[in-house]
Design a protein around this ligand. Sequence first.
Ligand code: MN
Length: 191
Amino acid sequence: MHFELVQLPYATDALAPVIGRQTIEFHHGKHLQGYVNNLNNMVGGTKFENADLETIVKESDGAVFNNAGQVLNHNLYFTQFAPNAGGKPAGKPAIAIDATFGSFENFQREFEGAGVGLFGSGWVWLAADKDGKLTIVKEANAGNPVTKGLKPLLGFDVWEHAYYLDYQNRRADHLTELWKIVNWKAVEARM
Ligand code: MN
């Protein structure tokens, strides 16, 4: 299977100032493109040659897992944002978040805390189990909740490449700002 760079559903400057144009250009155009290229170069002639991305993430390890995981992670990441979005969710995400976390504010606090508390590079995910129950999952490096049998709904990237040009070392400030661009309709479509 040949993997392609996911298309951004917005212009590279559309998420500024939450995520600036230069960050998007490097993060999507260089970092993600690199993972896509590496993955394509690695799977040819292996048992993963015809596998879809999620299958590779679930069944691989080492360098193949790292690159496949990062392609899956960033495909979810870049398609969950929109300009003029953010705020509180409505509909299914709101009901599920309230049921698990008590309120949207409690969820935000726990989610940000998980992201800030993750040492080094990784991801914080909102994920659902097969019954639709939500959970916050911290994953190191290229990890994704699909390896635990969970469905990823929303992911914040805490690798420094996601925020360093805009926020330098201030990961917590970056995570707080990200709520302004979360497209809850895109999250709901994953439920
Ligand atoms: Mn990233």
